[in-house]
Design a protein around this ligand. Structure first.
Ligand SMILES: Cc1cc2nc3c(=O)[nH]c(=O)nc-3n(C[C@H](O)[C@H](O)[C@H](O)COP(=O)(O)O)c2cc1C
Length: 181
């Protein structure tokens, strides 16, 4: 089996997650390729595809959107999982789950309709203070917001393992689900 794990990343945190997922899935599945979405000319040689994109301004990065549009007919014929990397866990605690769920619904709604995702997750990435206008930083912290590397590798590993298990045994009723983190 050859699986494509592709990324659209502006500052590298999504690329690192995708590389990590690809390495982990390769242990159980063997043929797993990690590529930037820009490098992929065709998905027809892959049996399954996993795509991760950073979120900018509540949207997929343009390169990810272009990837889905360009390959929609082929993606529609094979299992596809997707995830987004954002900043939900940087927000004050009471807002995190709700913000992630709203954003996830918006991002899923932007997919071409013929691509039926097997699973779609939101992960938190790296959110540093320089990504927020200086005058807002103090207020953000006072409200309970935080900056830093917010990636939860245990959650990411569990999701990757669920996908690998489904691909290793396609008839399994196991599901990688749609829950947000
Ligand atoms: C210009 C800009 C806009 C962003 N907009 C959002 C957003 O709308 N929602 C969100 O959850 N995170 C947003 N973020 C946070 C990033 O998605 C987060 O830092 C992620 O880890 C970036 O991934 P990358 O390192 O692969 O580029 C934004 C970051 C930047 C720099």
């Amino acid at each position: 089996m050859t699986v494509l794990v592709a990324y659209a990343s502006a500052r590298g945190s999504t690329r690192e997650i995708v590389q990590h997922i690809a390495d982990r899935m390769a242990v159980s599945l063997g043929g797993v390729e990690c590529r930037s979405v820009d490098e992929v000319e065709s998905v027809s040689g892959y049996e399954a595809v996993v795509v991760g994109s950073a979120v900018h301004n509540q949207r997929w990065l343009p390169a990810a959107g272009q990837f889905f549009d360009r390959h929609a007919p082929e993606l529609a014929k094979r299992p596809v999982w997707a995830f987004n990397v954002g900043m939900a866990d940087a927000l004050p605690k009471p807002l995190r789950q709700r913000a992630a769920a709203l954003q996830q619904a918006r991002l899923a709604g932007a997919m071409p309709p013929d691509i039926q995702l097997q699973g779609h997750r939101m992960f938190s990435g790296v959110y540093t203070s320089d990504q927020m206008p200086a005058p807002l930083r103090v207020l953000f912290r006072l409200m309970g917001g935080r900056f830093g590397d917010l990636r939860n590798w245990a959650v990411i590993d569990a999701w990757a393992d669920d996908i690998a298990a489904e691909l290793a045994e396609p008839a399994s009723p196991a599901s990688s689900g749609n829950a947000t983190t």
